[in-house]
Write a protein that binds this ligand. Sequence first.
Ligand code: ATP
Length: 575
Amino acid sequence: MLLFSDVAAVFEEIEKRSGRLEMTDVLAALLKRADAAEIGKLVYILQGIVAPPYEGIDLGVGERFAVAAIASASGYSAGEVEKNYKKSGDLGDTAQELLGKRKQTALMTQEMGVAYVYDAMLRIAKAGGTGSQDVKIKHLTELLNNASPLEARYIIRFVLGRLRLGVGDPTILDSLSVAKAGDRSMREPLERAYNVCSDMGYVARALYTEPETIKDFHVQPFKPLMPALAEREDSPKSIIKRLDRCGVEMKYDGFRLQCHKSGGHVELYSRKLERMTDMFPDIVAEAKKLKAKGIIFEGEALAYDRKNGRHFPFQQTMHRRRKHGIEEASKEFPLNLFVFDILYLDGTDMTGESYRARRAAVQRLFRGKVLQPSQMKLVSTAKELKGIFNDALAKGLEGIIAKDLDAPYTAGKRKFAWIKLKKSYGKAVDTIDGVVVGYYLGKGQRAEFEFGGLLVAVFNPDSGKLETVAKVASGFSEEEMVSLRETLERMKTPKPPPNLDYNIEVDYWVEPEYVVEVAFDDITESPNHTCAMREGKGLALRFPRLLRMREDKTVKEITTSDEVRRMFELQRAKS
Ligand code: ATP
């Protein structure tokens, strides 16, 4: 049995290291000690989750409840716990300190295995309905009663969703490979397996029980795939240079849906891979009518304006992403899903097939209005491509996506198999999606809103670090400023996010969770920012302005430093 105390000791060790390679070795040694029944659970704990995102099982433990559990396990009053927390800035540290000075010792403590701790966390997460908060506190207190101070530190951080080990998915995948194969040779197949099912616990269990299945891992209904992503170019000419003859699709500005069907059962997933089935009964009903017994397809959903006979813009379409009033909203804003890919059909994994073949299936299977194929044309010259791009803009669309006819579907990867060409925002050529890591108080006119701007970071998947790229101080209305300030206040932390590389101070740091889309004029080199840093200079956005929130993206899906570097190089080539 792998003890949770051993896991906690490794977490402490990992916190002291910063290099990916070092972390991988330490982690691999730990993973090696887990058995087939433990490995999936251990991997979820490392990811800071109790289940893959599409199961929608959140821990739902707020600070208040953690304080109550620490108080009852340590014998200190809630007030004393809070006082300590104010000082430490981290409830995990507070739990560790106060449990180390426990006023009463539990009568009987038992050693806890990693599976035992995970099962308790899952019970905490699943407790629902009236009185559920008491049940959550009770389970958490029981865990803390059995925990050493060090274990308590990580239990508390975990239930609050702030484990923050700085261990990203790439490091876990590397470590799994090293644990089982002795080297990184399994990394690639493991990554593909993870990308086509988005459930790392499931992949890890398969690796420990039927390792031969990993190399030939198949897509399956009700395990959503990580979406394939588009690279960017800035002209029709450069697209044709890369792809030659290609398929050019309209780029619709709605929200991406992945639809899974097996027999009479249908599920829908968002771009973030959350289950959205209940929100879109109109799409579900149409999917049920499809002749295919088993199918997975993807498309962009747009709301249709019956009165004016055209599609609504993005903001109205977003009215459909709601938990209440679904029936009325589906009448007012009926959806059309522009199907652009098919990933599984009647027992066949289609992801290895060429786009040409997948597209033919899309055109054959989707002929309705609610589910219709995205518009596509084959082109061979930059001139033809430009014509379609202009058509798209004239129709009020965002641009086009050109697709490589021979390319397979690469789940979770940004590849030149898809290349987007977007309209510009004022002078801006493109936008980035970044996460807010801190904010500034207002000066002058803004003082009364106490809000002065956002520090925004992008992600470097190689190092697992967030790197700052812009201080965004414009693009908000007064109401937005007030509501942003309120939101960010709730996310305030005394210390910067542990995986943030920064050279610039803020008035307040926040949990890196709030994703925003930022437009800008161009990109410059600056010592103040750490994005894609080279020789002491990072990349920074010039004249950044807030475009909108990106509720459909998680921190894992924000723009990467490499992408910013690529935009910088495109801009340089142009000038
Ligand atoms: P990304 O998805 O590349 O991270 P993003 O979410 O900001 O970035 P864009 O860069 O604007 O989106 O473009 C890609 C997105 O465009 C896809 O994720 C998808 O939701 C949407 N899309 C619209 N039309 C199509 C289409 N015909 N084919 C593929 N994707 C499309």
